[in-house]
Every structure is written in structure tokens, then in C-alpha cells.
Design a protein around this ligand. Sequence first.
Ligand code: CO
Length: 222
Amino acid sequence: MKILRTLFENNKQWAAKLTAADPDFFRELSRQQSPQYLWLGCSDSRVPATQLVGLSPGDMFEHRNVANVVGHTDLNCLSVMQYAVEVLRVRHIIVCGHYGCGGVQAAYENRKFGLIDNWLRHVQDVAQKHAAVLAAIPDKTKRLRRLCELNVVEQVSNVCQTTVVEGAWASGQELAVHGWVYDLEDGLLRDLGVCVTCEEESAGAYEAAVAQAGTVCRVGEE
Ligand code: CO
């Protein structure tokens, strides 16, 4: 119980596999990282960020919390974002939610789990803001899926209004903010069509994404 042997065994095999494919892989990666992407996602164990987009160590900077929330005063999330944008100079920030999110569901049903209820107030704010849209969806599963999407749209809007992103755009830095949702049931990503590349696009992209009726299609499926 004191040593998680299986995980160490797995780790040895994983490192050996990568080293076999590229003997310099870890040596080169240890010298520097230059990821293109910052991933802001849910902590859910079924949404392994780097894996599900087929990227390797070094490719993506990550911050995950329950229900992929970007709080206005969350210094943890904001610090990750600042370092990623200003120091690593990532080109893309991806906010990725997922259908079947336990955090979103708990928030919507006002379930009580303790301390985390306070965190999920952020998602309840989203549900309250879009109460009319949600109330018009009779099927509960679809309503929750829509709330997962709307939560992403709101968090994209929050990202766009941080000092970090506004500052990057003001200085002419190329930076795109994306809103995606992942489906646990088929392992596929959906793009919510809320990509923002400058301050002027932000409000329009938000309005369009909120106005979108129902849940979205997979990329290439439209
Ligand atoms: Co989740």
C-alpha cells in the first residue's frame, strides 16, 4: 500500500517507449518547453487533455479544476494563464468542458457535497444567467449538455476579459481563445464555434455561441 508499484512499473515502460522512439526525447525536453497550447479543462479523470488530442509531453500547458471554471480572482488559474501567455507565449488557449460533467450536474441540481459547493457556485451563476434558455429544453440530459456548453462559453468570455489576455492582444501578440466540449460517450471533441482572436471579436462570438440552438455538431459532421 505504501508504494504504488504498478504505477512505477508503468512509468518505467512509458519512459522506455519514448526513449526507444527518440533517445534524446527527455534530454531535449528537460532543457526547455515551448508549448503552443494552454488547456483549461475539467479535473475529470476521463478527460485526459494531452492524450485526447494526441499531443506529447512538452506540447501543452495545462490547468484543470472541477467544471473547468475560470474565476475572475482565481490566482491559481490566472497565474497559469499569465505564465503561459507572457513567458511561454502559447498561441492558443483552449477552454474544454465535457458532457456528463459531474460538477456541472451537481451545480444544476444544487446537490450538497461540502466545500466544493462554494466552487460550483460559479456554474450556478452560469445556469442562472441562462435560466430561460435552459428551461426551454424539456429533456434533462440535453439541458445538462447545453449547460456544459454554456459554461464553456462563459469561461471563454472570462478568459478574454482577463488582464493577461487583454494585455496580450493590446501588445499585438497573436493569441486565440477556443471553446470546446468533449463527449465522454464517444471520445470526440466538439468545437463550440466561439474562437476569439482579438478584443473586438469577443462580444460577437459570445452572443453567437449563446444564441446557438441545442447542442452542437462534431467538427466535420455539420
Ligand atoms: Co467535469
